[in-house]
Design a binder for this molecule. Structure first.
Ligand code: ADP
Length: 159
């Protein structure tokens, strides 16, 4: 059984993230979406909210687990018996950071490969940051995020 982990902050989970999960499922028997606690980023949604929104977004999809994680990714991957770390690559601008992370993770543990997947072109300009910004300004983000996320954004911004 081949297992991949797909780590990220997912603040919030978008259709771009979902697209990557679907692509990863074509290559691996199981994909574990791992939600980084990432307190340094001061997220809009708490880790529990992010976890729940992803679980709801992938409901009905087989072979996807969603978990919270803290600590070193390579330790987590070993614990989960994963052989690959999946990351999405949208544009050249993602590349430098992603290359650095991939090489550093390899240095820390040579047992894993980082696999980069390109989303459908329509998601290449999409990121969680922009989604949060548009929603904050009262724009409609329903075509960019799963409906549970859209509802959660509205709820959050009402407060
Ligand atoms: P980070 O892990 O840097 O906090 P995110 O949680 O936003 O970033 O994203 C997690 C992973 O998903 C990263 O590999 C990122 O490049 C990828 N990703 C984010 N948005 C998209 C998108 N629209 N299409 C494809 N991949 C994406």
């Amino acid at each position: 059984m081949t297992i991949a982990i797909y780590p990220g902050t997912f603040d919030p989970f978008t259709n771009g993230h979902l697209d990557i999960v679907q692509r990863a499922l074509r290559l691996f028997d199981k994909v574990i979406v791992t939600v980084a606690r990432n307190s340094s980023k001061n997220p809009m949604f708490s880790e529990k909210e992010r976890l729940k929104l992803i679980q709801e977004s992938v409901k009905g999809m087989k072979n996807v687990d969603v978990e919270l994680f803290d600590g070193l990714l390579v330790d987590y991957a070993r614990e989960k018996k994963a052989t690959a770390i999946v990351r999405g690559l949208r544009a050249i601008s993602d590349f430098e950071y992603e290359l650095q992370m991939a090489l550093m993770n390899r240095k820390l543990n040579n047992a894993f490969e980082t696999v980069f997947l390109m989303p459908n072109e329509k998601y290449t300009y999409l990121n969680s940051n922009i989604v949060r910004e548009i929603a904050r300004l009262g724009g409609n983000v329903s075509e960019f995020v799963p409906s549970v996320v859209n509802n959660a954004l509205r709820q959050k911004l009402k407060k």
